[in-house]
Design a protein around this ligand. Structure first.
Ligand code: XMP
Length: 513
């Protein structure tokens, strides 16, 4: 059965990813494409429907993005959102005007519940508005299907041609019944079956990878993080021993992490792949000796990582493909596919430049993070790996303020282990965005039994965040903080003080360096 596709045509709106997410939540596969994609290319993809996104422009601006009118003659259902709705009205002969004041925020909208887009939606429903221009006159053949006191056309429809448009944003969570509206569009109006599921994605991807790779050799830099782990397992299921995974243990991983990764991907694990663990700990500690400045540490760790990987790649010889765990937000954020390799440079410090390979394979480039996790579960990867919190490439190197030494790594590993254990015991692990222990560069005086101590202070961090661009310090229960503090001071040699960091981001960052 052919996979159903809905295209989100991007006119520069800030919520384009969200639209794609919401559509996929209706079990309909969806891709974001730039408005510069030609109609021929769109038709070749055989979409069941198209959604025009919002955008910052006015349809009358000379530089504003438009689309050829022929798209409205292709027989494909179209939903226009915000700028997309104005573009639909304007292109089809309606009238768009600029209001003296913008309409912004939660707005009660009165909708025509007999309209297919609003089936099952309340007659008065709260929607999210964000616009200055508005549709003053609908094109011929259209009817007004929603309005507010200041917005005469909050939605319009031409059911005969299956064209629908909303001035508000159904994709944002502030639009209370927005998901129902999008579901009405993709299922009832476009006629999608809604059978997109992770299991079928996994099967299809494995088949496609086998076909593409044939008997070629594939190399993967495995960090043990969610994305590279899921990518590696997908590849191993597709091509088995033709895949070699290189896992560099830089000595800056969390306690037991290297062994955990090896247990899953190594020879005793469930997967049939060539696994190389490079124990490069001493090499990294040596390079980091005496270095205190955070950026200098990051650079050293990144560069050394490449050197180690390069040496291993040379031993393996020329490979046909290099695997990367690029995911959909990376693709969209870097300009719709143009710069997917830029992310790989950020992530693994420019690997493609130093490895001799023909092509990059990015099996997850169409998945959102939570979808990558679902794929991971589908592939049988253990839950503790699938639901890992983010861990920075430079690892504990940027959680130890100042110079990194083997002794300090040990201290922070032990403290972090206790912290994570207590958070899990208290059942708080799934609700927090990120939490970890860091080692401050501060030593202070304490008393232990009858003796004076002069030891390090550990800083605990826990944040709530959805996008990791902004974050709030989490309100952890005092009893958990006390327990962690007591345990760390009693069990971790070299620590006599524990502090909890209450700084938000901004002005702080999530990591300490
Ligand atoms: P900051 O500290 O900038 O971190 O607030 C935001 C998020 O990014 C992670 N992070 C990194 N991830 N390589 C990575 O792959 C890095 O160099 C890096 N630095 C920070 C951090 O853990 C948090 O989730």
């Amino acid at each position: 059965m052919e996979r159903e596709l809905v295209i989100v045509l991007d006119f520069g709106g800030q919520y384009n990813q969200l639209i794609a997410r919401r559509v996929r939540e209706c079990n309909v596969y969806c891709e974001v494409k730039p408005y510069t994609m030609s109609l021929d290319e769109i038709k070749k993809m055989n979409p069941k429907g198209i959604i025009f996104t919002g955008g910052p422009n006015s349809v009358y601006d000379e530089t504003s993005p438009h689309y050829e009118k022929a798209i409205f003659e292709a027989g494909i259902p179209i939903l226009g959102i915000c700028y997309g709705s104005q573009l639909m009205a304007y292109t089809l002969g309606g009238e768009v005007k600029t209001a003296p004041v913008s309409e912004y925020g939660h707005t009660e909208v009165t909708v025509d519940t007999t309209d297919a887009l609003f089936e099952g939606v309340s007659e008065k429903t709260v929607c999210w508005m964000s616009h200055t221009d508005y549709i003053a006159q609908v094109p011929e053949g259209f009817k007004v299907t929603a309005s507010t006191p200041v917005c005469p056309v909050a939605a319009m429809a031409c059911p005969e041609k299956k064209f629908y448009a909303t001035q508000f944003h159904p994709e944002v969570m502030h639009t209370k019944e927005g998901t129902q509206m999008l579901k009405n569009f993709v299922i009832n109006i476009c006629g999608c079956r809604g059978d997109w599921q992770m299991g079928s994605f996994v099967d299809e991807t494995i088949k496609a990878l086998r076909k593409k790779i044939g008997d070629g050799k594939v190399l993967c830099a495995l960090s043990g993080g969610v994305d590279s782990s899921v990518a590696a397992v997908l590849l191993s299921k597709a091509i088995g021993k033709q895949l070699t995974c290189v896992f560099v243990d830089h000595g800056l991983l969390r306690k037991n992490e290297g062994d955990e990764v090896e247990a899953v991907f190594g020879p005793d694990g469930p997967y049939e792949l060539n696994f190389i663990r490079v124990n490069a700990q001493q090499r990294f500690y040596e390079k980091l000796k005496g270095v205190e400045e955070p950026e200098a540490k990051r650079k050293i760790i990144g560069e050394e990582f490449i050197r180690v990987f390069e040496e291993e790649a040379k031993k393996i010889g020329a490979v046909d493909y290099l695997v990367q765990g690029t995911i959909y937000p990376d693709v969209i954020e870097s300009g719709l596919g143009k710069s997917a390799t830029i992310k790989s440079h950020h992530n693994v410090g420019g690997l493609p430049d130093v490895v001799d390979f023909k092509e990059i394979i990015e099996p997850l480039r169409m998945l959102f993070k939570d979808e990558v996790r679902k794929a991971g579960l589908e592939l049988g990867i253990p839950e503790y790996l699938v639901f890992r919190q983010p861990f920075p490439g430079p690892g504990l190197g940027i959680r130890i303020i100042g110079e990194v030494t083997e002794e300090k790594v040990k201290i922070v590993q032990e403290a972090d282990y206790i912290y994570r254990e207590e958070i899990a015991k208290a059942g708080l692990n799934k609700g927090l965005g990120q939490y970890f222990a860091g080692l401050t560069n501060m030593r202070s005086v304490g008393v232990m039994g009858d003796f004076r101590t002069y030891d390090y202070a550990i800083a605990l961090r826990a944040v709530n965040t959805s996008d990791f661009m902004t974050a709030e310090a989490a309100e952890l229960p005092y009893e958990v903080l006390f327990k962690v503090t007591n345990r760390i001071i009693n069990e971790v040699k070299g620590v006599n003080r524990v502090m909890y960091d209450l700084t938000s981001k901004p002005p702080g960052t999530i990591e300490f360096e």
